[in-house]
Structures are given as C-alpha cells and as structure tokens.
Design a protein around this ligand. Structure first.
Ligand SMILES: Nc1ncnc2c1ncn2[C@@H]1O[C@H](COP(=O)(O)OP(=O)(O)OP(=O)(O)O)[C@@H](O)[C@H]1O
Length: 750
C-alpha cells in the first residue's frame, strides 16, 4: 500500500513535470515561472525516487493501540489525508530513535523492517517492557545495528536512518543556533551524523536553507566523493560539498607544496602579512613623481603623494575601491601645481587663476592618460592573484611584509610566478580579496546599462499590453485595473533581472562573497587558522556544525583545542557535544589504537566498541616490501571478499609500495598516481592524509615508524591509520616493532 501511494505520487509529479516541459511560448516572465516549476518537480521526483529503497523501515506500536510507520519520506493517505508513513525527521517519528525500555515514551514495541526490492525480508522486534529495562544495553535496535556495522563496505558511505542511536539523534536534531562542535573518537559516526543533521535542518528550516544553501566542507575530494551519496539517498540534493581549496571561484588549487610551506601559510599571522603586502603596494616616491601629461610634465611632490595616500587609507575602503579617492587627489594636486605655475602674478599679487579656471584645469586632467598612469603607479588596481604572485616572487617584498618570519620560513614562501595555486593559497587569496575589494565601477556601469535596456524593453511590453486592451472594457468600466496600473516598467524590468533559476548551491559555488545558511565542517581539526577566517566569512550568522577529533589532527597547521579555534569568532556561542560509541572498529582493533591514543594523550578516552569479531589484528616484520607485500595484499583481498582493502603507507614509501600492490591487485587505485583515489575498487593504496575519514573492511598498515617519523604530528597520523578498518587490521614493519604496537602478536590472521 505504501509503495502504491509512492507510485501514484511519482506518476502525478512526472505528469506535472512533462506538462511544464511541453509548454512553450509566452513571456519571459512565464518562461522563468515554468523553469522554476520544472526545477521544483524535478526535486520532488528525486525525493520520491530516493525513497524507493527501504521506503519504510520501522514501526512503533504504542500502548494505547496507535501504530506509526517510519520511513524515508512522509506519505499521506490520498483520501482522508491521514499520515500513512512518517518522515524519519518528523517530531512524531522521534520515539523510534529515543524510546528505551527504561523510558518507553508510551511505546510498547519498536519494529525494524528490512525491505529488498519491495519485499519485506526481515523483521526485528524490541519489546520495551520492564524485563527489557533490566537488561538495557545502551543501543537501540541492536540486531539491525549490528547487521549495519558489520556489513561489507562498498567504497561509498551509506545513510543510517534505520539505526540512528539516541546520542546521535540528539545531535542530529539539536536546535542550537550557534556553533555546535561534535567531538568524538574515530568511528563514532561524526561524519554520518553531520550529514543526517544537514538533512534534518533542511527539513525543519527549508525556507531559509533552500535560499541561502548549506555548505559541507571536507578535507579532500576523495573524502567528498566517499560521502557524496548520503544526502541524495535521503532525497536532499541542493547542498554544496567542497574542500577549502575549492572555495575560491574561478580557480582550481591543485599545485603541491612542502607541508612546511602550507603550515606557514595557514598561520593566523598571515592575515597581517597579506595586509602589509597590500599596504606595500600603496607607493610613495622617494622624492617626486613626474607626471607626463598631454602638454607638459608636472611633478607630484612626495608630500602631495603622502597626503593622497593618507586620505585614501583613512577612507577605510578596500584598496581597489579607494582608487577614485587617489584619482581625485592626484587631479587636485596637479591642478593646484599648474595653477600656481601659470597663475602666478609677476607683480606679487594674488594668483590670477580663479576657482573656475582651476576647475577647468581639473576637467582637462580627468581625461589625461598621464593622470591614470600616475594613479596606477601610486595605487595600482590589484587582483588577489596579482598581489600574491608578486609577493611570492620577490624576496624583498616577502621580507617587508613578513618581518616576523625567520629567513628559512620566508625562503619557503618564495616561488616563481605561474604554475597554479595550492590549497593553502586559497585562504590567502580570499583574505586579499577582502582587503582589495573589487573596483566595481566598470561592473556597475555595465549593470546600469543593462537595467536601462530592461526598462526600455519593459516599457515596450507595457505599451503593447496597453494597446491590446479591450476597448469595450475601457468604455464600460472606468476603474478596471490595467496592466500598467499594476506594474510599472521599473518593476517589470526588476522581475527579469531576478530571473536566476540556479539553485542556491550553484549560485554559491560561483560567488566568493556568498554567505551560507548553515555550514558543516568535517575533519574540522585539520583546518588552519587562515582557513577558519575564510569559512567564518562565509557564515556570518555562525550557524555551524563542526565535527572532528583533536586526537586525529594531522595537519601541522591544524587545531589542538576547540576553544582556541572558536573563541575569536563565536565567543561563548558554541557548544560541545560528544559521541562515545565506536561503530567502526571491532574491540580487537580498537584496543590496539587505544595504546597509541594513551601515548598521544593519556587524558583522552577511547570510544567504546559496539561489537567484537574474534579476529585478532596481526603484525609481520618484512624488510623487503617488493617481496613480501603482494602475498599479504592477496590474502587480505581474499578475506575481504566483496569488501574493500586499503594499504596505508608513509608518503615516502608510496613509490616503493605501488608495484608491490599493483602486482597483487592490478586494478588497484593508487593515491598520488590517480587524479582521485577510486574507493570503489577492491584495493586502494593510500597515504594517511588520503585515508582520513575513510573506512575499509581490511587495512594493511605499512611502516608505522615511518608514519610517525614523517610529520610533527606523526603519532596522530598513526592513530588515524589504525582506526580505518571495520573487520581486519594487519601491520607490516620493516624494522623492530614500535613499542606502542607491542600488543600485536607476530602472526598472520587466518
Ligand atoms: N547508528 C549507526 N548505525 C549504523 N552505522 C553507523 C551508525 N553510526 C555510525 N555508523 C557507521 O560507522 C562508521 C563510522 O562512521 P563515521 O565515518 O561517521 O565516523 P567518524 O566519527 O566520522 O570517524 P572518523 O573520525 O574516523 O572519520 C560508518 O560506516 C557509519 O556508517
């Protein structure tokens, strides 16, 4: 019956969509209305399609006899309008996630229903009675949960609507309008909870969020692809997923650079360096600037130039927007000099030039190319790219703008022009864009021209409409409203200008100054202070969800405390929520990771595993990867069956490990070699940086000591690498076993 209703709705919506697409002709206004309606029907259809798999997954039986079915979307009865199925996000569905035997909230039975190809394949009931309360274990829907967490991985994250746990549900629906930080160890569901929170917020605040959009920031494009299916599977499509490096429209930041250079660029002090670089381009000559005018050469004195610069700076306008002030200053100063020169009364009286004469000189100067040249010299129009390219290319400019850096640090910033941008450049470009502003005069002139054209067109339209008005009406009914009474040409023109049918996410992606309704940051601990400045500009309301784990911070520019990151932007308007249960690693793997965590920070607590598998993680000493690794990869691939295997290596061993992995798994995806790691392949070879946030059925970790040695946060990296497996973990070490992995026995798991 539920599927029948779904089919009816689909048929109805596709019918409406076809009808809209078939319509043609009409005014520009009706075309816009048609496009908007088509986009709406498309979205609705996507929503209905997404609900096909597992349309209904739960039922609540209440003590008073009421029954509620819970599913991916809400459905109403066609006849009486009663709810047939509750959307999992509706308040009435909440008991499905929260009711426990100790606190049943009127619920007698919770039923988990599994549907495949529209057939019910499994039912699990939980009776919430007193007996159950005595046995309470802390998880809800245990059988369904265990089936979900033990399932073979596919290389794409899936949704968890059927098994959301109470501690997760509270975060997903949290109504806090400031910054919500979700801190939790590896595998506690931070990412998946953040994505379900996005879906929930879009459901509850659809108006605001559809207009301003939701931004989800992740650490790299592989990760974004990995999580990219979750929201569409929940029927939500209008969300922008991006890395920080993708948040500067018009450029792709793919250039590589040493981690030490990226770390320097991420420091908060770089904001002052960029500001100083802008100031350094506001030039004053040592002595005087000779301005070569059409008719003669006139000097601008140093004092004149200083005065002009001070006036422009005092305006507090962004650099490019202050150029008209400099232009006026130059014209005034030159006009005065010319008037002094030619208007001097040889008899010693007052200057012979009156104010009108001086105004005439100014008018002439305004069109003189020499004046433009002088302004370009004193206060050049700059793009963020010009500014940074120039800064990076000159040791002298770097030294002037960054006196706080050591010589070695400054040398790391130096590079030849060209060759593209790195992800760490993007927050600096954004910072520069804020300080430079755009010289919008040309764009404004173009907008004014377009508006005049639209008004002229609208006047013509109204004229035609007036002309075609029925004369009968004119004769008979004096006060019948005509189209011109309702609409003037300006208003009609305005409607055409608003006709942007792109979604908020599409418009946001193309606009650097776009501000989002809500911003979600995953692996938030990795962001540098400069990246935070960029993100905070994109979300002035500070309605944000940040998920991360400071114990997993790998980026040398990343965070070690949420308080430190947030206090400058959110004061005390941020709240911390914790997740404590590990849904990814079985207890056997979690124990190994816990030893490393204890060494990282004895004060940090490991999350509790939701299951044990009985499979012990293994280690093997292997000096020669080329000889030893292929067999291990083959074994793990066979053990993982349909699942996914990752070989995680220090970046310095990628080249050595690649032939060994490819020999065992010719189709393997290789980080660094492939533009983007394809996690849907059975085997992947990755560095820790690329493995962040991901998970695999089986992980072979190569050279743990090498991982630790490779970065100042190497122990955090080792912790990340050890916490990626859902079933099996093996460690291959070329030298003696590191002390923190002593728990591992030197065996191969069966
Ligand atoms: N309630 C749940 N039901 C089923 N699976 C769940 C549940 N919560 C989390 N999981 C699964 O646990 C795994 C780990 O989740 P996720 O990747 O969101 O953790 P994380 O905290 O972001 O980890 P990390 O910090 O390592 O990136 C995922 O496969 C996720 O689908």
């Amino acid at each position: 019956m539920l599927y029948e209703r779904l089919d009816d709705l689909r048929e109805y919506v596709s019918g409406r969509l076809c009808a809209v697409l078939r319509e043609n002709g009409g005014t520009a206004q009706s075309l816009v209305e048609r496009e908007t309606a088509a986009a709406r029907y498309h979205e609705r259809l996507a929503h209905l399609q997404a609900a096909e798999n597992g349309l209904c997954f739960g039922r609540l039986d209440f003590r008073d006899g009421e029954r509620r079915y819970i599913g991916r979307i809400g459905l109403l009865d066609d006849g009486d309008g009663d709810p047939l199925l509750l959307d999992w996000r509706a308040p009435a569905a909440r008991a499905f996630y929260l009711a426990t035997a100790a606190s049943p909230d009127g619920v007698r039975r919770r039923r988990h229903i599994r549907i495949r190809h529209r057939d019910v394949t499994e039912i699990n009931d939980e009776i919430l009675d007193l007996e159950g309360a005595r046995q309470e274990g802390g998880v809800t829907g245990e059988a369904a949960l265990l089936a979900a967490v033990s399932a073979t991985r596919t290389g794409r994250m899936g949704d968890i609507v059927e098994t959301i746990q109470a501690e997760q549900d509270r975060i997903i629906r949290d109504e806090h309008r400031g910054v919500l930080v979700v801190q939790g160890g590896p595998g506690t569901g931070k990412t998946v909870v953040a994505l379900h929170r996005a879906a929930c917020l879009l459901y509850t605040h659809r108006e605001t969020l559809a207009r301003r959009g939701v931004l989800i920031v992740g650490p790299n494009t592989t990760f974004l692809r990995y999580i990219g299916q979750v929201l569409p599977s929940l029927g939500e499509t209008g969300v922008l997923l991006a890395t920080v490096g993708e948040l500067y429209p018009g450029l792709v930041a793919r250039r590589a650079e040493p981690a030490a250079a990226a770390e320097i660029k991420g420091r908060a002090a770089m904001a002052e360096v960029v500001a100083a670089a802008v100031r350094d381009r506001q030039w004053v000559p040592e002595d005087a600037l000779d301005v070569v005018l059409d008719r003669e050469t006139v000097p601008l004195t140093r004092a004149d130039c200083e005065r002009i610069r001070e006036r422009a700076r005092a305006s507090l306008l962004p650099h490019n927007q202050a150029r008209p002030i400099v232009f006026r200053g130059v014209v005034d100063a030159l006009a005065r000099t010319i008037a002094d020169l030619y208007g001097e009364d040889v008899l010693g009286g007052e200057n012979l030039f009156g104010e009108e004469d001086v105004e005439e000189i100014r008018a002439e100067l305004r069109t003189d190319p020499g004046v433009r040249e002088a302004v370009d010299r004193l206060w050049p129009a700059l793009t963020p790219q010009d500014l940074l390219t120039g800064l990076y290319a000159s040791a002298e400019w770097i030294a002037a703008a960054a006196p706080g850096l050591t010589e070695a640090e400054r040398a790391l910033l130096l590079r030849e022009p060209g060759g593209g941008w790195t992800p760490a450049d993007v927050p600096l470009l954004d910072e520069a864009a804020e300080l430079l502003g755009e010289d919008t005069s040309a764009a404004e002139a173009e907008a004014r021209r377009r508006h005049r054209e639209q008004v002229a067109f609208a006047q013509e339209v109204l004229h035609i409409a007036e002309g075609s008005r029925s004369t009968d009406q004119e004769d008979d009914v004096e006060d019948v409203l005509s189209v011109t009474d309702l609409l003037d040409a300006e208003a009609l023109a305005g409607r055409h200008e608003d006709a942007d049918t792109r979604t908020a996410a599409e418009r946001a992606a193309a606009d650097r100054t776009w501000t989002f309704g809500h911003v979600i940051v995953d692996e938030a601990q990795e962001l540098s202070p400069m990246a935070w400045r960029l993100l905070m500009r994109r979300c002035p309301t500070r309605w944000m969800t940040l998920v991360g784990d400071v114990a997993q911070t790998g980026d040398p520019a990343g965070a070690s405390s949420w308080e430190e990151v947030l206090a400058p932007y959110a004061g005390d308007r941020w709240r911390l929520a914790r997740l404590n249960v590990n849904y990814r690693m079985p207890a056997e793997i979690a124990e190994v990771a816990a030893d490393v965590l204890a060494e990282l920070d004895p004060g940090l607590e490991s999350p509790r595993s939701v299951r044990a598998t009985g499979v012990r993680p293994w280690r093997l000493r292997c000096e020669d990867l080329a000889a030893g690794l292929p067999e291990l990869v083959r074994r793990e691939a066979a053990a993982a069956g349909e699942g996914r295997v990752a070989v995680i290596v220090p970046a310095g061993r990628l080249a050595e490990a690649e032939p060994a992995v490819v020999a065992a798994a010719p189709g393997a995806s290789v980080s660094g070699r492939d533009a983007e790691v394809d996690l849907e392949r059975p085997v992947s070879l990755l560095t820790v940086r690329d493995a962040k946030g991901l998970e695999f059925d089986s992980v072979i970790l190569v050279d743990p000591a090498g991982i630790v040695a490779e970065s100042p946060r190497g122990l955090n990296d080792l912790y990340v690498a050890l916490t990626r497996a859902t079933q099996r973990l093996g460690v291959v070490h070329p030298g003696p076993v590191p002390a923190h992995l002593a728990r591992l026995e030197e065996t191969l798991a069966d």
